[in-house]
Design a protein. Sequence first.
Length: 361
Amino acid sequence: MAAVSRNQQYRESKMPFRRKTMPFKSLWTFAFIIFTACRCFADDDHEMEEFLKREYSLSKPYQGVGSLGSSHWELMGDAMVTTDQVRLTPDKQSRQGAVWSRIPCHLKDWEMQVHFKIHGQGKKNLNGDGLAIWYTKERLQKGPVFGNMDNFTGLGVFVDTYPNEEKQLEAQKKRYTPRTQRIFPFVLAMVGNGSISYDHERDGRPTELGGCNAMVRNLKHDTFLFIRYIRRRLTVMIDIDGQHEWRDCLDIPGVRLPQGYYFGATAVTGDLSDNHDIISLKLYQLTVLRSQKEEEEEEEEITIPSVDNIELLRLGQTEEGMSGIAIFFTVLFSMLGCIFLIVIGLVVYSNWNETRRKRFY
Ligand SMILES: *[C@@H]1O[C@H](CO)[C@@H](O)[C@H](O)[C@H]1NC(C)=O
Ligand SMILES: *[C@@H]1O[C@H](CO)[C@@H](O)[C@H](O)[C@H]1NC(C)=O
Ligand SMILES: [Ca+2]
């Protein structure tokens, strides 16, 4: 049997699945809880069953991983299996490693739970470069995107531990506004269609679908990443505080991913390094009931990965960045305009006063 009920799994692993709830501190908390509750009901609306799929999962004792033919997973580059983890890279310079599933995944709705660990000798921001989780057409390729090829086809979720762009700006004595500045390590999702390049120097900013910061380095407790793809909705959550609570990272509808792609994990080090460890990859099949309408909407087969309204998504992000500046300049110029008019007014008035006085005396 390949399928094990997920609830059973959680009981086994002592890791209850629950969203973050907070004490009643304020009205906002209350609103938050109502909102969360609504979302849960929305989920219940479409009854769901979840099964662990062993053929797409990687867990201890990693039996046969890396050996020819006998395992569902293949190693590449500097990746190494030990009793406790699959180490994608050691804490040494210029390494890259990967582990790739051999079997294409034809599930429509799925959920990937990544148990990972990033740790090393380097001080904060003197470590790199991060790891990536993949669902792509290609597999076992080497390249510049966290050890995988550029112009990949499919989904990449990156845990980027080094702020390349921010460091570069810092050297030029520039910086983003607090609202657009990222704090690293940063988790980011990207969908590639075979001709979209990942901009490493800008930490993928031009092609990001969304992301969040995640202080995942050198922690004593376990750290998890959760990627859910259901009814073309991509959700990424993280559990990194040791509280067994998932925190939302990104949630995007209209993400079109073809079936039959491969799961993988890769990592890379450069001048700076870290141990990048995968402890487990657990892939759950989600059985989702769809309405007739949803069935029809999703009938046409997806052949090239894409994201609906990606331009709007990007536009929204840049506009958000611009609006602060726009408001600032509008206010500034309005004030300058007012001052200018007042000065003109005063000059004209004093001139007029002068001529009037001259006329009187
Ligand atoms: C991939 O996406 C880019 C940017 O969205 C687009 O210009 C290009 O036509 C797409 N390529 C394919 C093969 O769909
Ligand atoms: C990736 O795609 C871009 C634009 O389509 C192209 O300019 C670049 O050479 C490609 N890079 C690789 C490594 O194929
Ligand atoms: Ca980076």
